[in-house]
Design a protein. Sequence first.
Length: 330
Amino acid sequence: MGKSSTIIGGALPNIPWEDKPAGCREVIWRSEKNPIILRDAIPSSNSIFNSAVVPYKGKYAGVFRCDNKSRLQQIHAGFSEDGITWKINDERISFICDDAEVGRFEYAYDPRVCWIEDRYYVTWCNGYHSYPTIGMAYTYDFEKFYQMENAFLPFNRNGVLFPRKIKGKYAMLSRPSDNGHTPFGDIYYSESPDLIHWGRHRHVMSPLEPWERTKIGAGPIPIETTEGWLLFYHGVLTSCNGFVYSFGAALLDIDEPWKVLYRTRPYLLSPQKLYECVGDVPNVVFPCAALHDAPTGRIAIYYGGADTVICLAYTRVDELIEFIKANSSV
Ligand code: BMA
């Protein structure tokens, strides 16, 4: 066997964790506590799913997709001692923005949160003149959020920042799309000197295997490892009964992340449990965040189930990377 792979990053000793159940043959296993956040966790919500959590002051904070009872898509801040039991604000995030044209709220969904240098950045799918694009904001405390320029023109979704500059530039993955349920979609890479102006766009990857044949999109913030950037991404199959959302993983080159080194031929997790198969949109697992503990290689993945609830799954970096390499389609 080769050298074991490790995460490049800090320690998170209080990461949510459950050991792999005896007899489990999968490289990723679900929490016994799933779903960890129910659809009605706050009084105003129809559903809470596809959300992002990060370590914050020795505890956890997050930005949650809470569709309200008029089915408006909104994002809310939340806090947790342990990453499992959450207190989510009942009011949506009210962004501070000095440009009324950018700050005009229409809808917001599928947030990601990324610590870069000295603050947390939030990216999300942001309604701009009725069309989806990548909204951006930063916060220091999850109380005040300062809205920045939209990163791209419509139509775009699944904007995911890298946690550090790459060759002196900030970097983001995104998925150009359309105004509907988008029956296509590749992942692209863009860079920026200032997190405002984005360019030097590069193609990263297209759908390949049957489970992801319709479209793919980046999930959690990529995790830096000794083997490259570890990216979890969702892939969509169009069945005779509609879309099926699963997720897999890829390893991207550290300095030129548009170069895919390996990616999983089989999915890592597909909708199979009741809370993934039954809900407002059946048959969806949609990861938006992953916590990691470098010294032990433990990874906790947060994903939405059936566009209704939030779930947790676990893996270990060395086992996962060995699996990706041994089961790669590139
Ligand atoms: C996508 C996004 C996701 C959602 C998925 C399945 O287009 O809207 O938020 O989980 O569809 O409905």
